[in-house]
Write a protein that binds this ligand. Structure first.
Ligand SMILES: Nc1ncnc2c1ncn2[C@@H]1O[C@H](COP(=O)(O)OP(=O)(O)OP(=O)(O)O)[C@@H](O)[C@H]1O
Ligand SMILES: [Mg+2]
Length: 577
């Protein structure tokens, strides 16, 4: 337990390294704050013993000026300290948040099919937020209070070590409840942040699925689901609050034993003449000033435990291995000719295999259609080529290169994908198309749109290509969205084209036009087309018929019709009349 805390501190420290200068500035300034506090406590003694005794007016004046002077020094130091420490903290948090986002974006599709996106969002926002609130902001207090405490302790021992021992006997006793409380707080903070992750996922899902909720009238159920999880969050936070609230009273009670001891023993020492009244008062002043920081410092421990709880979650996510990576010997795949081969590929999302011993060789420039029942593994096959996942067995090659041994960047350069999910960003139409090729000129964008049969409706939009569409493209029809996605793929100008039900949402007329445009495009490219509508793929050079992850038939339309198999059956079903 303690060891893992140490590791978390070390990692956080590594993150603060670039900002050492700020932190050092802040530390120096804290010395100013602590120093003035100690000086004030120390000055009580000459004030009582000399100023009052000598009844000198000039010393009285001096005392007043010293108070203001010290306050000024303390104020200035405090400002400098807060500023540098808090900006340092903020910068560390920035770096962490960036790292977290970069790492999350790199995580594979496999990770995202297991983990709700909402929980990742929550980590980046809430976990880091908790870390910032606790560590970055509270660190300021801790450094300052810590130094003040050390100064006061020295002063106490310097004034009267016997009294000091009496005052500090209770300190070791206080450590026990404090560390127990700290552990509990850490545990419940972790749990509450996990709840926050679930809560964020529910949020994210409800709003992106708002249409389904409205369609089925399930608002009530969603509200209950959210309310329950929100309540769970409260229950966890309640535990944190309970332990937090118990800290101060426990410490105060313990401190009162110390104070009582000092009073009891100190008064006797004054009476016996061992120390002056001023010395006792100065001692008590220092003790009073010290208990404040001590109490807060022990509370700071709570805060640190909260930060550690949050940091552990942050680091858990940062340490999630990226399972699709560039190998060390990965080479740059030059612009491909589009020779694609699958060799004995086995793949399953979990234990069950979705593709079994799949082998196929596709020559450059060919149009290959994948046909088969829903769930046969067509999209999976295409996903493997785009390296969303790595196969468990077998090799996938482009131009003879194992795609597991080329850089992902250069692999993605070869591929343009139009998926079943037509996702558009909350941005202008032109930028949505340009997403596949950021350097493309307006003219190229419009060309691609024209080929995708999208130019016409785009021009009818209020701001044409500059029309901003909703984050799920809600202001476009399904077919229009699909045409934007096709334009995006056309603009990519990649040698391998992957079309997964890319024209399924188009009406027959526009599909014919888009097909014709795509046919031009496909001529010098290797294309994989998936379509349930057989008219879409009849003209393919080759049709691969899949069943339960296996290749069961292959050949041209005419060849497959000749054999009385699956394809023939599908064909007859679709063209009954
Ligand atoms: N992310 C995933 N995690 C787990 N299983 C998955 C995942 N995606 C697909 N599957 C499973 O893999 C199998 C093949 O799915 P795939 O999407 O490749 O089918 P498909 O042939 O494209 O079907 P459709 O024609 O309906 O699009 C299905 O049984 C499906 O349940
Ligand atoms: Mg599919």
């Amino acid at each position: 337990m303690a060891k893992s805390n140490m590791l978390v501190y070390k990692r956080l420290l590594r993150y603060s390294k670039p900002y050492t200068r700020r932190i050092v500035f802040a530390m120096i300034a804290s010395l100013g704050v602590a120093g003035t506090d100690v000086a004030i406590a120390k000055l009580v003694q000459p004030l009582v013993d000399h100023v009052l005794a000598e009844r000198s007016m000039s010393l009285v004046n001096l005392a007043a000026m010293v108070v203001v002077g010290l306050a000024a020094v303390k104020g200035a130091s405090r400002y400098v300290q807060e500023y540098f420490m808090k900006t340092a903290g903020q910068l560390v948090v920035q770096d962490l948040r960036n790292d977290l986002f970069c790492h999350s974006i790199d995580l594979s599709m496999g990770f995202y099919s297991r983990t709700p996106a909402g929980s990742v969002v929550s980590s980046i926002l809430n976990d880091v937020g908790m870390l910032q609130k606790s560590a970055a902001d509270e660190l300021v207090a801790m450094v300052r209070e810590g130094l003040t405490l050390i100064g006061m302790v020295f002063l106490l021992f310097y004034n009267d070590w016997r009294l000091a021992i009496v005052a500090f006997v209770v300190l070791p006793v206080a450590v026990v409840p404090a560390s127990h409380i700290g552990r509990r707080i850490k545990k419940y903070v972790r749990k509450s942040l996990a709840n926050m992750g679930i809560l964020t996922s529910i949020l994210q899902e409800s709003f992106s699925g708002i249409k389904v909720i409205k369609a089925f009238g399930t608002e009530r159920a969603e509200k209950d689901k959210f309310g329950d999880e929100n309540w769970n969050f409260y229950l966890r936070m309640k535990k944190v609050i309970r332990y937090d609230a118990a800290t101060a009273p426990i410490i105060e009670l313990l401190a009162s034993f110390g104070a009582a001891g000092v009073l009891w023993y100190g008064l006797q020492r004054v009476m016996s003449g061992a120390i002056t009244q001023g010395e006792l008062l100065s001692f008590i002043a220092a003790m009073g000033m010290m208990y404040g920081p001590m109490k807060r410092l022990i509370k700071t421990n709570n805060v640190i435990q909260k930060a550690v709880g949050a940091a552990e979650r942050v680091f858990d996510l940062l340490d999630t291995p990226v399972d699709v990576t560039d190998t060390l010997d990965a080479i740059e795949l030059p612009r491909s000719r589009g020779h694609v081969s699958f060799e004995h590929v086995d793949f399953g999302y979990d234990d069950e295999l979705v593709l079994k011993d799949f082998t196929v060789d596709v020559l450059p420039g060919r149009m290959v259609a994948l046909v088969g029942a829903s769930g046969a593994g067509k999209s999976t096959l295409i996903g493997l080529l785009a390296r969303f996942y790595d196969p468990q067995q077998g090799v996938i090659r482009i131009d003879g290169q194992d795609i597991a041994h080329v850089t992902q960047d250069s692999l993605k350069q070869q591929i343009a994908l139009v998926d079943q999910e037509t996702f558009l960003f909350h941005d202008t139409l032109s930028n949505n198309i340009r997403y596949s090729n950021l350097q493309a000129s307006d003219e190229e964008v419009e060309n691609a749109a024209r080929m995708a049969y999208a130019d016409e409706f785009i021009r009818e939009m209020p701001q044409g290509y500059e029309t901003v569409i909703g984050d799920r493209g809600v202001r476009l029809s399904g077919g229009q969205r699909q045409r934007i996605c096709i334009a995006r793929a056309i603009l990519r100008d990649a040698p391998i084209l992957l079309l997964d039900e890319a024209t399924s949402a188009l009406d027959t007329e526009s599909e014919t036009v888009v097909q014709r445009a795509l046919a031009n495009l496909m001529q010098e490219r290797t294309t994989f087309v998936i379509a349930h509508r057989l008219s879409t793929i009849m003209h393919a050079d080759e049709i691969l018929v899949m069943e339960h992850g296996k290749l069961v038939e292959r050949g041209s339309h005419a060849q497959l019709l000749a054999v009385d198999g699956t394809y023939r059956r599908l064909h007859d079903l679709q063209f009954k009349d």
